[in-house]
Design a protein around this ligand. Structure first.
Ligand SMILES: *Cc1c(COP(=O)(O)O)cnc(C)c1O
Length: 457
């Protein structure tokens, strides 16, 4: 009998093994995600209409439901080599601390200055903007990871980068802001007085500290009213999930080297991009009837779009100037409580992830903030990495599943996505350490009030 290969703590691929193509899971989906639509009519938007807002090549990717593998341009492969491949880590120390027979692996995406997986898509979007001959791009950022990733990508391709940062984060996270400015981006607190929509929101809600939905509206307005600019988005869109498939492809290739097949794949879900990217190749096998996995999306109890939202067309932004998307949503009017996982505070969910969930291919669960930070602390003390609050949602459920294995004695293999590091989230850790962190869960009445305002056609 062949001796079982000892699994190293870290499984790295070689540089040549970094994927040269992204995998487009939509090609294997029987029920395709619904197309982006015109908020005025509810009709699908053609490429020409989307090209006003987004870069042309990215619109092609957005609308392509058929091509399974799309080549990664060489310039992007070169950039990926600066910080990829990212390791798959066997969490031996966590397993030991838990006393579980489960085998836990995580794919670590925090090993770049942005501190998250978002750089995987930022560099692609900046590349296509540059190729189109644009002057620059605009975007929003909440907690700041996406804005940082995009600033890095724009610096690399020498593009102007204008970031509308949710005002409360701009004030509370000055360090993140300075990283962006160091990479050359201009950072504006949102809602600002620079845009029509910003002035309107400020007039209607004096003293507001902003939201992602408002910041998106501002960034889109600036992109469509300034020649040579387009808007880019760090999550939710089909194209972003496509770029993030590099996470899942690398993870699967690394595990395949050692003949490891995960039973459970877990990811945190804000807009759905890291989860969608991580699970893509696994879901592809499920869709083609080749293999079976249990896949779990984890969201905060304070912003539970999959577990308590409606599957409906909704606005992506508060100002209602973006195309509408069919997704699990809490309503574009829903303002989640100030939980500390900024990257998970979006009212909607990627149409691809939403469709997979609707079709029963993936599960979803929600977890409360205090329990998430307990899991984060356990992970930091055993595995050494200080995890981002967003990532810690996945850690929490991975630990829960491992503890179930301890009860049953099952040796399940668990893979989860560790999307980033928490160095800029120390105010949240401070609250947790001082015992003053709260768990807010919206009531059914609050959600209903928001659902009542969903667009109707
Ligand atoms: C943005 C972010 C998330 C959530 O975004 P998704 O699009 O759902 O992946 C998760 N973790 C980190 C570290 C982030 O920066």
């Amino acid at each position: 009998m062949a001796e079982e290969k000892k699994i190293p703590y870290k499984i790295y691929l070689n540089e040549e093994e970094i994927p040269k193509q992204w995998y487009n899971v939509r090609a294997d989906m029987k029920n395709k995600p619904a197309p982006l639509a015109d908020p005025a009519t509810g009709n699908p938007l053609p490429a020409e209409a989307l090209n006003v807002v987004f870069c042309e090549e990215l619109v092609k990717q957005e609308l392509d439901n058929d091509t399974a593998y799309i080549d990664i341009p060489e310039e992007i492969q070169d950039f990926y080599k600066m910080y990829r491949p990212s390791p798959v880590v066997r969490a031996y120390c966590l397993e030991k601390a838990l006393g579980t027979p489960a085998k836990i692996y995580y794919k670590f995406e925090g090993n770049n200055t942005s501190g998250s997986h978002k750089l995987n898509s930022a560099i692609v979007q900046a590349y296509y903007a540059k190729k189109q001959g644009l002057k620059g791009v605009t975007t929003e950022t909440g907690a700041g990871q996406w804005g940082t990733a995009l600033s890095m990508a724009c610096a690399y391709f020498n593009l102007d980068c204008k970031v509308y940062m949710v005002k409360v984060s701009y004030e509370q996270k000055p360090f993140r802001r300075e990283v962006m400015r160091t990479y050359g981006a201009s950072v504006v607190p949102s809602p600002s007085m620079d845009t029509e929509v910003g002035r309107k929101i400020n007039a209607e809600h004096p003293g507001t500290t902003g939201s992602l939905g408002c910041a998106i509206s501002e960034a889109v307005e600036v992109a469509v009213t300034n020649p040579g600019y387009r808007y880019v988005l760090g999550s939710v869109l089909n194209q972003v999930l496509l770029h993030q498939s590099v996470i899942g492809l690398e993870a699967k290739a690394a595990l395949d080297k050692y003949g490891v097949k995960p039973d459970i794949v877990i990811g945190c879900a804000g807009g759905g991009s890291n989860l969608g990217g991580l699970i893509s190749p696994f879901v592809g096998e499920m869709l083609r009837g080749e293999n079976d996995y249990r896949i779990i999306a984890v969201e905060p109890a304070s912003c539970p779009s999959l577990t308590r939202g409606k599957f409906a067309y909704d606005f992506c932004d508060t100002g209602m100037i973006c195309p509408i998307a069919k997704m699990y949503t809490l309503g574009s009017n829903f303002i989640p409580s100030a939980n500390h996982a900024g990257g998970l505070r979006y009212h909607g969910m990627s149409p691809v992830v939403s469709q997979l969930y609707h079709d029963g291919l993936i599960e979803a669960t929600s977890v409360e903030q205090t329990a998430v930070f307990e899991a984060a602390t356990k992970f930091a003390r055993t595995e050494g990495i200080l995890p981002a609050p967003e990532s810690s949602h996945a850690i929490k459920v991975a630990i829960d599943e491992a503890m179930k294995c301890k009860e049953t004695g099952e040796e399940k293999t668990i893979l989860f996505g560790l999307t980033g590091t928490g160095y800029f989230d120390l105010v949240a850790y401070e609250k947790f350490n001082n015992g003053v962190m709260t768990d807010y869960i919206p009531t059914d009445e609050e959600l209903q009030a928001s659902f009542d305002k969903l667009p109707k056609f």
